[in-house]
Design a protein around this ligand. Structure first.
Ligand code: GAL
Length: 713
């Protein structure tokens, strides 16, 4: 009896002491440890992705990146306490989809699914508990809870690297309210968690491992990379067909149209059934759009209306609380998913609907289900909040996969494990500069983001926003409330059309960049911090004592958060309304102006004064950019197009041009081509050549009709 009591006391006591955990290499360069007793539901379990093993095996070998003895794991009080070491120069990226900051070192975040509220505090559309270090490794905490991360803010008494002790009274100005911290500390409010460490050696390699571990990035259908217009909420099928015709009249690209809430017979909550007045003939509607080469994407939020035929069926499978009077279905239950599947296949997908925009699964606390809600599966409301968007992505993705049709849509809530889902995140926040910072940050956490355009105060803002969105994962105008059209500002209509056409011309490049995301895990739109040769040091400034506004003399950090890479070779530097000139930081290696081929700089910051018609774009020395002639719609299966390959700079170079049928998943079974485009020096002159596509594999370009343009004279 005594012995048992002793054991219990010891178990309780020992459990609260830091423990050495066991690290197991689960995939090449990816290690996992288990802390405490993990819960049944986790982020990765909800996403259910399978590692892309072939891609992982291609990456350079990686060593365990941290000193194991410096990682501390403690389980106490039903929670997990983690500590990871940090070096002095380390920068930390990721930790959710942030809109204003890139380096998260020195910040505290509670990662909580929510609509972004204007502050980088962890409440966001993709509160992914993953960080990437500039030292070339990544850390993921797999638990579907509101995890708090102290990213280099906390200082332990027993730290090996204590901050310098400075007297604030001596006015030396050296005192800081944020003394040096040598660790990331994490509080997971759960009985256990699985912890993953992703090796490098570079930060890009760690991100690649993360994406590949989650199945590799999603390869959108080609039409998904064309232009998309979302129409006003109450447009009828006749209005929408007219809209598609207007696009044709204006010779403006259009591959898919987004149908906003008015297609439901009732919305907020939703029926997921067509409104008989506005859409008397849904099949006829989809068919006439398709006859114009245009697909339809349907808006929804998940809350089931009492007026839907789904309502009585899913009622017993739904949570204790409603949202806007609608049921919150428990998607962890297979029966619930099956009911949705039947309803959606019958009413939309079988008619040819190409995908969904899944709205409002992120939050606002005041209308969402509260954390005191209960669900029939026993899943906690907090867990539900963290994974709801991911469950919706997974379920809808599966429906399309079963049909061997690729989809591409929008979602407002995502999380860890979502790299291989066909969705792009968006929101209502609408700050153009912050949208670009979000685009940069999306690259650290395995999600896609679109800086969508809605309305603008001026023609200048309009064209600047349009330029950015055409250099993002989804080129979208969302006119649900304002009824805007790409030509809403006639004075810039041709500039807007030019940039949309430029995107269409760049589709061979962009599609190959997405193939890289899929097969190699490299984010298609990515931070400069993931780019070789980039060495920008953020400046700290301010910190002046002000008793009412800055009593702790907090400093501000000026980060580079307004330029990014599209693939390996194109640097994009958007311009915001009101900006006449801007700085562009060019990494090491020579860079050239995309439009003229002129040398732009090398390992330097340049000042540029772009015309209203152009978004500044720079290309790496030796890069090859494959393009097709301007067209309104993405290439269709079987199309064979001429190519223009542009070469920039003076160095030889090569490019792997990827192609497949653009619509199905046959590429996953090998039905794709990778053709090498190459420029070599031939007797002092640059000369281009095109490899041969493998017989019987889809390749939509005419190898005999290739024009080589040497841009740099
Ligand atoms: C918002 C969404 C908008 C639009 C609107 C329709 O929540 O962010 O893009 O879809 O709902 O009611």
């Amino acid at each position: 009896m005594k012995a048992i009591r002793l054991t219990i006391v010891c178990l309780l006591f020992c459990a609260s002491l830091p423990a050495q955990v066991q690290w197991t290499e689960v995939q090449p360069g990816i290690w996992k440890a288990v802390a405490g007793t993990p819960e049944k539901i986790s982020l990765l379990k909800a996403a259910g992705a399978k590692p892309a093993v072939a891609g992982l095996q291609q990456l350079p070998a990686a060593k365990f990146p941290l000193s194991k003895g410096d990682i501390s794991v403690r389980v106490a009080d039903g929670k997990v306490y983690l500590r990871f070491p940090l070096e002095r120069e380390e920068q930390l990226f990721g930790l959710g989809l942030n809109f204003q900051t890139i380096n998260q070192r020195g910040r505290v975040s509670t990662l909580h699914m929510d609509h972004y509220g204007g502050k980088d505090d962890g409440r966001t559309h993709a509160p992914v508990p993953f960080y990437v270090s500039s030292r070339g490794y990544g850390v993921l905490i797999d638990a579907a809870r509101y995890i708090t991360v102290y990213a280099g803010t906390a200082v332990r008494v027993d730290t090996k690297n204590p901050p310098e002790l400075i007297d604030r009274n001596d006015k030396s100005k050296k005192w800081s309210s944020m003394p040096y911290s040598d660790a990331v500390e994490i509080l997971v409010p759960a009985s256990g968690a699985e912890i993953y460490i992703f090796g490098g050696p570079t930060a890009m390699n760690a991100v690649q491992r993360y994406n590949l571990f989650n199945g590799g990035g999603y390869l959108p259908p080609k039409w998904g990379l064309g232009f998309t217009q979302r129409v006003p909420t109450l447009y009828s099928q006749t209005d929408i067909i007219r809209e598609a015709d207007e696009f044709e009249k204006h010779q403006f690209p259009l591959d898919f149209i987004g149908v906003e809430p008015g297609w439901h017979s009732m919305a907020y909550p939703c029926t997921f059934e067509w409104d008989g007045q506005r859409f008397p003939n849904p099949k006829g509607f989809i068919d006439s759009l398709m006859a114009r080469g245009v697909r339809a994407n349907l808006w929804l939020n998940p809350y089931v209306s009492p007026k839907s035929s789904l309502y009585p069926k899913v009622k017993p499978l739904s949570g204790s609380h409603t949202v806007w009077n609608g049921l919150v279905t428990d998607f962890t239950l297979p029966q619930a998913r099956q009911l949705f599947k039947e309803h959606f296949l019958k009413n939309h997908i079988s008619l040819g609907v190409s995908g969904y925009k899944m709205d409002e699964n992120d939050g606002y606390d005041k209308w969402l289900w509260p954390d005191v809600a209960t669900f029939p599966s026993g899943t906690a409301a907090e867990q539900m909040r963290q994974i709801y968007g991911v469950m919706m992505q997974k379920m809808t993705d599966e429906w399309y996969r079963e049909q061997n049709r690729r989809t591409y849509g929008l979602v407002r809530a995502s999380n860890a494990g979502a790299s291989n889902f066909p969705y792009v995140i968006y929101n209502d926040y609408y700050s153009h500069p912050d949208f670009i910072t979000a685009l940069i940050n999306s690259s650290f956490i395995g999600v896609l983001w679109t800086p969508e355009v809605r309305a603008s105060k001026s023609a200048e803002e309009w064209v600047r926003r349009m330029q950015s969105v055409c250099f993002s994962p989804m080129a979208m105008l969302n006119a649900w409330a304002d009824g805007t059209k790409p030509w809403s500002f006639p004075e810039v209509e041709s500039a807007v059309q030019d940039v949309a056409m430029l995107r269409m011309r760049l589709l061979p490049y962009i599609y190959s960049v997405f193939a890289q995301y899929h097969f190699e895990g490299k984010p298609p739109f990515r931070s400069m911090n993931l780019t070789d040769g980039f060495a920008y040091t953020a400046q700290e400034s301010g910190g002046k004592l002000d008793a009412t506004h800055n009593p702790y003399e907090a400093k501000t950090r000026s980060e580079l958060k307004d330029q990014y890479m599209m693939g390996d070779d194109i640097l994009v530097a958007p311009v915001f309304a009101g900006q006449k000139t801007r700085k562009v930081y060019l990494p090491a290696g020579k860079w050239y102006d995309f439009y003229t081929g002129a040398f732009a700089g090398e390992n330097t910051a340049i000042d540029v004064t772009p015309s209203l018609e152009r978004i500044p774009l720079y290309v790496r020395d030796g890069a090859l950019i494959p393009m097709i002639p301007a067209r309104r719609q993405a290439p269709k299966p079987g199309d064979v197009l001429p190519l223009e390959v542009r070469h920039y700079g003076t160095a030889p170079g090569s490019f792997t041009l990827y192609d497949d049928d653009g619509v199905s998943f046959d590429f996953e079974k090998g039905a794709y081509s990778q053709v090498k485009l190459e420029v070599k020096k031939d007797g002092g002159k640059l000369k281009g050549s095109v490899g041969k596509a493998q017989a019987g594999k889809p390749f939509g370009y005419d190898g005999k009709n290739v024009t080589w343009t040497f841009m740099t004279k």
